[in-house]
Design a protein around this ligand. Sequence first.
Ligand code: UDP
Length: 153
Amino acid sequence: MALERTLILIKPDAVQRRLAGTILSRFENKGLKIVGLKLMQVTKELSAEHYAEHVEKPFYPLLEEFITSGPVIAIAAEGPEAISVVRSMMGSTNGRESAPGTIRGDFGVSRQMNLVHGSDGPEAAAREIPIYFKPEELVDYESSLSAWVCADD
Ligand code: UDP
């Protein structure tokens, strides 16, 4: 069981719709530990760095407009296999096709405004967390619940 860190963004649509607490609660309830958290405005430069693999794609101009349209909440979360755990909780990209029970499946019908971002693998997590957090903004601490939520099986 690998203890991993992943980057989660609560995207501008979720912040505007006052769903931030609901979405954050899902990750907390799952047992993930928050090690970084902040409300911030994504700039065009930050968007291009984060979505480097998409900048040449036809949908990028609208994605840039969306992700810079209002504040996001950036979260660094830690837990056993946190990267794949978060991805499965998010659901697939298009909210219309995302399974009920997932965040996108429960709260959205859009492919672009799909509420949440999560790193799609270990390399992405290692690249994305430093884009959003300085080292001193990530907090190492012990959680007394870890023995109950992270026990290996
Ligand atoms: N996106 C979009 N149109 C598309 C594909 C993606 O607007 O045709 C947006 C959507 O917000 C998505 C983000 O670009 O979350 C990044 O795309 P990716 O394929 O990495 O999807 P994800 O990993 O977020 O499910």
